[in-house]
Design a protein around this ligand. Sequence first.
Ligand code: FES
Ligand SMILES: [Fe+2]
Length: 353
Amino acid sequence: MQGLTAELIRGMWYVAMPGRDLKPGKLAAKTLLKEPVLLGRKADGSVFALRDVCPHRGIPLRYGRMVEDTVECCYHGWRFDAGGTCVEIPSLREGQQVELGKIRCGAYSCVERHGLVWVFMPRASETPAEAGFPAPPAIPDFEDRSAPRFHVMLPFACSTDHAAFGLMDPTHAAYVHTSWWFKSQARKLRPKEKVFEPSDLGWRMVRHPLPPQNTIYRRLFGEGVTTEIAYMLPGLRFESIRGSKNRAMGLTAITPVDEQTTEVHQFFWASHGWIPVLKPLIEHLMRVFLDQDRTVAVRQREGLIHEPTLMLINDADTQARWWMRVKRAFLDAQAKGEGFENPVRPMTLRWRS
Ligand code: FES
Ligand SMILES: [Fe+2]
């Protein structure tokens, strides 16, 4: 956690992009955990992910195009199906035998769930089921087919560890998120006390009523508004809000590009009947908010280059400690082929924010 890089967690599902941005017949190239991944959508709506390198001469397949549910390489027109198998070599003439089925560019397990495109990044060639994660995590309170209403993504010039610390850092908001619409009385710190318990691959801040100053929330969600925040590997933060009128779910997903660069996605699902014209405004505000975190990461990097010894203090940084412990326990268990044992114990944390 000290430095510019973080160990990457393999054998898990990662959020690659929102499904709404992957149109039928189109391709989208990403770097996930240092690997070139090409995402596409077939005519029937299903998504797929290929290794973005043509096995003929190595040019990325993203420079090609979709032709009848296959990806055609831009160089010599070889075509690959959604499973990564070559199905056509245009230059072949009669009598020139090539076993197309043996030519493969490589493919990843890829599914669309809750409007997100998830890609499984294996350790070797194991399937998601063999890794113990047959499907990506569900979004509680919302159906599999429900798409997020809002999404923003910003690339962060920091490792997944520092991006994760930012997600679970309860005391930076008063100094970093100082927009008038979020924290108008930024420096008025209040004492906080929250109950935490271990949960699936991480921990959660136990469901509790929202503090009385959140009047906007009460307007939107009705009476008895409660919230629960859960954190889980490989870098997901679920924030569930429930009230008498409406429910919402926020997901922050950190997806490593490599050991020192991270894509941070922010999604929102909501049961409200939103007015569509507000969408650009809301996504703008989300981007402003996320950009405040991104700016901190850029500045932090200027210091991390000098390899300082960093500190984690109680109780404000206890969750950052948990992140490192949970991650270590998971990676050790994975390496030994054993079951993961969650090292987090139920605890009440206290801080000012
Ligand atoms: S390099 Fe892709 S078809 Fe030749
Ligand atoms: Fe933040």
